[in-house]
Design a protein around this ligand. Structure first.
Ligand code: SF4
Length: 487
């Protein structure tokens, strides 16, 4: 709800998260040609009674994309009081610049994206670090958690906890808002201070046992761990007291683990390899592809590549495919489980997303060349499954031999780096994909490299709204690729 002083347009929002109020007011003000500097946005629930919008001029219309509205709704949860004005300014500018949200170099867009990301991170942290404590028994049983978000994310995140803990009565208490679920209805009450949250319960011991068991010393990267799990969350985590001791003993535990657990290749790969390569040395008469004059001969040469150890455990070399005269080349990271078996790139779940988005962007995959920075599947056996493992810098560098040759033979007008590994291989250094996505970088040899995410990133997002938003962003990137390669 909002009130208007028509000389300066003061808009009163009912709460920090009154996105509907902001949206109605913003639409009305934009249609009344109110400049951003004429509007003061305040959060004041008390002024609800006197709401009044300037009338919308008849016949006037102003549409923005659903994607922008969804993104604005996320950014709206940021704690910056300037967000209301920033979002209105973007809306106002989009009347003349409808493509504004895609201009990554624009200061308003940069600030908008930073807010969106900060809110996304905060939501992720809340999902990862909320720990419920049991209070009451039998019919009174209820679970209560304390969390201190950086942004106004409780309402936006609460449906996630409803889905995950549908059969429990729970409350999540925070300093600005509390969410409550009684197995039927989600309600909100004003924030409380930390003393309202229970400190300990019987589930604490269970958490600690669980954490001790899942802690993998061989994977310990203290800096990365503290980045993912900043110390401000530790005081609410039952497992936190274990962390210093587990970290201190990690080296010795890792050595012991390695000694006990050799990781042989999965049996069916040994069988397939034995069929193709009866011995482990470089096959007689193998060719390094240096003189290959076509993709077909280059592909043949790569079948016996031993430039790095990845060939040992994988089923086969998964080389690029597509016409040699393709004007655009897509480069992914490495083949996955299904690609390794099929011997073709991008045919697994990420490939299906890729195909669908390409089709929506009106790009014919059959006219493009699709390959990977690394041509053998790198994985860790876990039971019957093979879990994707990121190639390291040495493996990327070794396999660049083949990628360079593919690009020299094809000479595309544009190469699309799908994800960080592809970008690292194509540009020879690590680049922050999330910050630079959508941009084209020209290499010293004149090759233009367009940066975007790997489609598997979309598959890893659990929240359906976030997944859809990320897919939309990827579609926009592919539409930009289409525009860049238009004759
Ligand atoms: Fe050769 Fe690349 Fe396979 Fe390593 S990953 S063995 S460099 S083809």
């Amino acid at each position: 709800m909002r009130t208007f002083d028509l000389s300066t347009y003061t808009v009163c929002l009912a709460s920090q998260t009154d996105f509907e109020g902001w949206r109605d007011a913003a639409r009305s003000l934009a249609l009344n040609d109110a400049a951003p500097q004429e509007i003061a946005w305040v959060v004041d629930a008390a002024c609800q009674a006197a709401s009044q919008l300037p009338p919308v001029p008849s016949g006037s219309q102003f549409k923005v994309s659903r994607d922008f509205v969804e993104r604005a709704e996320t950014a709206f949860c940021h704690n910056d009081p300037e967000r209301f004005a920033l979002l209105y300014r973007m809306l106002w500018r989009m009347r003349a610049e409808p493509e504004l949200p895609r201009i990554a170099s624009d200061p308003d867009v940069r600030r908008f994206e930073a807010m969106e990301k900060a809110v996304g991170r905060d939501m992720h942290k809340m999902r990862a670090f909320v720990r419920f404590r049991q209070i009451g028994e039998g019919e009174d049983e209820c679970y209560v958690a304390w969390f201190e978000p950086d942004h106004f994310i409780v309402e936006r995140n609460a449906p996630f906890f409803v889905r995950r803990f549908t059969g429990m009565r729970w409350s999540i208490l925070t300093p600005y808002l509390c969410a409550h679920w009684d197995k039927a209805e989600l309600t909100f009450t004003p924030g409380v201070d930390r003393t309202s949250a229970p400190a300990d319960d019987a589930t604490e011991a269970l958490w600690r046992t669980y954490y001790e068991n899942i802690f993998n010393p061989a994977r310990l990267k203290t800096k990365a761990m503290q980045k993912e799990m900043p110390k401000k969350y530790w005081r609410n985590l039952p497992e936190a007291p274990l962390i210093p001791d587990l970290v201190a003993g990690a080296d010795a535990a890792a050595r012991e683990m390695i000694a006990k657990m050799p990781t042989p290749p999965a049996p069916h790969h040994a069988r397939v390899q034995a069929k193709h390569w009866p011995t482990s040395h470089v096959p007689a008469g193998s060719d390094d592809g240096a003189n290959a004059d076509s993709i077909a001969t280059l592909r043949k040469a790569a079948e016996s590549c031993r430039r790095c150890p990845l060939w040992r455990d994988a089923t086969q070399t998964v080389f690029g495919e597509g016409p040699e005269e393709a004007s655009v080349v897509f480069v992914g990271e490495q083949p996955g489980d299904q690609e390794d078996i099929a011997g073709r790139p991008f045919v697994g779940p990420a490939g299906k997303v890729f195909d669908a988005v390409l089709a929506e962007a009106d790009i014919d995959r059959g006219k493009t060349y699709v390959t990977n920075a690394v041509k053998h599947f790198k994985f860790e056996p876990r039971g019957q499954r093979r879990i994707h493992s990121k190639p390291n810098a040495g493996e990327i560098q070794a396999c660049r031999w083949w990628l360079d040759k593919e690009l020299k033979l094809i000479r595309p007008g544009l190469v699309v780096a799908l994800g960080a590994t592809a970008a690292q291989s194509l540009l020879g250094k690590t680049v922050p994909i999330t910050r630079l996505r959508g941009q084209t970088i020209e290499r010293e040899d004149g090759l233009r490299v367009f940066l975007t995410i790997h489609p598997s990133f979309i598959l890893r997002i659990r929240d359906s709204a976030e997944k859809q938003a990320e897919r939309n962003r990827f579609l926009r990137d592919m539409q930009a690729v289409k525009a860049l390669t238009a004759p």
